[in-house]
Each structure stands twice: as C-alpha cells, then as structure tokens.
Design a protein around this ligand. Structure first.
Ligand SMILES: [Zn+2]
Length: 363
C-alpha cells in the first residue's frame, strides 16, 4: 500500500509516499507530491483517563477498550491508561484486569496518577485516597502487572518518595513528578533519585516564583520530559509555546489528560469517586470547582500546539516521537521510518483527521 502527501518527519516536512507492507512501513520516498494531505505518525498519549463516555479509572476492561477505541479515532495509536488516586485493591484489580489489553497492544501500559500526591496540590484527585509513597504497595502492583505498569506520578516532597522513585527506576517503571508542592530543591532531589517525567507541567504544582522556582522550573531545567495539556484551558497558548521552546521538542510531550466526558455532551460525570460537571468543554469538580481532567483529544492538541506557534514537525515530535522514546518504544512506533509499525494519521491541510492507520490497517 502507498500513501501519498506531505509527510512529517523529524525536523522536516517532505512531499512523497509512505510504502507499507502488512503492519510495517517499508519505505519513505521523497518526490512526486501526491496531494495536500498531511501524514503524521500515530499519536502517543502518555496520560489519559478515558473518552467517549468510557473510563480507565474503574478497572473495567470492556470500558477501557471502548475508551482506547474512542481515542484511536482521533489518531492515538499508542497510549497509557491512567488511573487516578484509588484504594490499593482497585489499583491491583485494574492492573490485573488490563493485562490482556496490554498483551494485545490495545494500550501500552498503565500510568498510576497517584495516590502518592500532595494534599495541597491534589487538584481533582480524591483527597480521601492520598497516602505516602509505599515501596511495599508498588512492589505488589509491579508484580501483578507483569510489565504493564509503565509510569507512576509521585510528589517528591513526601516521606519515602526518593526511595519509591529509585525503586521504580530499578524496575524499569517511569517515575513522574506531579501533583506536588515541592520546592526547587525537592524537585531536584526527585530527579536525582530517578524521576524522568513531569506530570502536566504547571497544573497541580506549586506555581513558579522568582525566589522559589519550584517544580515547574526544576522540571523544565532538567532531563525530564515535561507533559503539557494543550487544550487552551489548562495552559494559556503562550505558556504552552514558552514551555515547549524551553524544554525543546525532545523533552516536551503533548498529553490529553482526557476523562470519560471527552467527546460527550455537557453534563455530570465521575472521576475517582467524585462528581465532575462539564460545561462548555471545561470539566470541573462539583465540590470545589477545581479543573478536573480535560475533554481533549490528541488531534486537537496538535492543532492547538501549531496555533500557539510551535512548528509542525516539533509539534508532531511532541505528540508522537518524544513520548514513544520515553516509553522505550521508539524502535516500534512514534515516527514515519522504514521498519516501524505502520501507525499513521492522515490529516487535511487544516490538520483535521481524515483517516487513521494502525499496524497497517485502516480504522
Ligand atoms: Zn490526569
């Protein structure tokens, strides 16, 4: 199969064709422009709680499949399923329940957003379930997961955080700094212990101050990949562009942080045992008005990033290549290169999704 158009590759957009055999890209050939479609690699979303009325947060495998299918329709071909702060039993059962989805590659693994988070910066996380980092819990969950647990968000200022981060690193699980009231020094300590990700930079964090730079500057000025929610609600477009420039496209990742209400009408929804009201695309906790997850999809995130002034190849790197590298999957997905899985999104000149190809099959 040949797909022609303007192909977005690392650092450049070229006219030409992508040659596909079965599930694999076998060649990318420049020349003979074939229309104005824009061809980008399938998106890789590191942080997503659900969509299309379905959620990853309750541990229901059928619902999780439906959530992944919803996002696939918006171009996301690789994703982590994010839980929110929950009792240990729910985390264990969800991890076990999602194993078949990891094995058949519906999802690339699980992300635990919590429960080891700051009470002061818990945002829409349920404070009832927050607790200090526990290597004992993590070791049980990693064992149950058989490789499915891929990322854990931790507030580095909590007691036991450094030990938990080091433990995750030893076991090949990404440690992310997030929902944190850490100082700059505490953030640096978390990174020194092995954290390599910042969970939705700016959101759920102590804001930067010129005499206490806090986690935002600590993460931007580190080796960590910084997640950014490009929905124009969680972040002003100017802040998105500034953070992307500051980290560079190889250390910035667009995420959705989407909840089940994504793609659904306004109304009442649920997140981690709490009521969320969605009005005009903005999801807020019913009890305190805190912004909850987003109603974003990766195609919209890409459009917003480009509209914010980020060059298309850089925005695509942030939506696919960089998160694939972080997951250790760059030899399989995240770019349009011979030998990689044929995951492509065909976009119109206005960056609207026309068709999605996953492992060589139109969706
Ligand atoms: Zn989240």
């Amino acid at each position: 199969m040949r797909i022609g158009g303007r192909i977005v590759r690392p650092g450049a957009v070229i006219g030409g064709h992508v040659e596909i055999d079965g599930p694999t890209i076998i060649d990318v050939a420049a020349g003979n422009r074939a229309g104005d479609d824009i061809i980008v690699p399938g998106f890789v979303d590191l942080h997503c709680h659900g969509g299309g009325g379905h959620t990853f947060t309750i541990g229901d495998a059928a619902d999780a499949r439906a959530a992944a299918a919803f996002h696939l329709g918006h171009g996301t071909t690789t994703m982590l399923a994010s839980l929110v702060s929950s009792p240990f039993e729910l985390m264990r059962d969800a991890t076990r329940g999602y194993l078949p989805l990891v094995q058949d590659r519906t999802i690339a693994g699980l992300h635990y957003e919590g429960p080891y988070l700051s009470d002061a910066r818990c945002g829409a996380q349920n404070p009832e379930f927050l607790r200090d980092p526990s290597v004992e819990e993590l070791s049980k969950l990693i064992k149950v997961g058989e490789g499915a647990v891929r990322m854990v968000t931790i507030a580095p200022e909590l007691p036991g955080a450094a030990e938990a981060i080091a433990f995750l690193r030893e076991h090949g699980v990404l440690a992310a700094v997030g929902h944190t009231d850490a100082t700059y020094a505490q953030t640096e300590a978390g990174i020194a212990a092995g954290a390599t990700v910042g969970t939705h930079l700016f959101n759920g964090m102590r804001p930067p101050h010129h005499r206490e730079p806090g986690p935002v500057i600590g993460l931007l000025d580190s080796i960590a990949v910084c997640e950014l929610i490009a929905d124009n609600i969680h972040l002003h477009p100017g802040m998105l562009a500034f953070a992307a420039r500051s980290a560079g496209p190889d250390r910035a990742a667009l995420i959705t942080d989407a909840m089940d209400a994504t793609g659904m009408p306004d109304g009442a929804y649920e997140l981690g045992g709490q009521e969320v009201i969605v009005a005009d695309r903005v999801a807020r906790l019913a009890r305190n008005g805190s912004i909850a997850g987003s109603t974003l999809t990766m195609d919209v995130a890409l459009r917003n990033a480009v509209a914010a002034g980020i060059a298309l190849p850089d925005a695509v790197a942030m939506a696919a290549t960089t998160p694939a590298q972080l997951l250790g999957r760059a030899d399989e997905v995240g770019a349009i290169e011979a030998g990689l899985r044929a995951d492509l999104v065909v976009l119109s000149a206005g960056l609207e999704v026309k068709r999605v190809l996953r492992a060589g099959r139109w969706q």
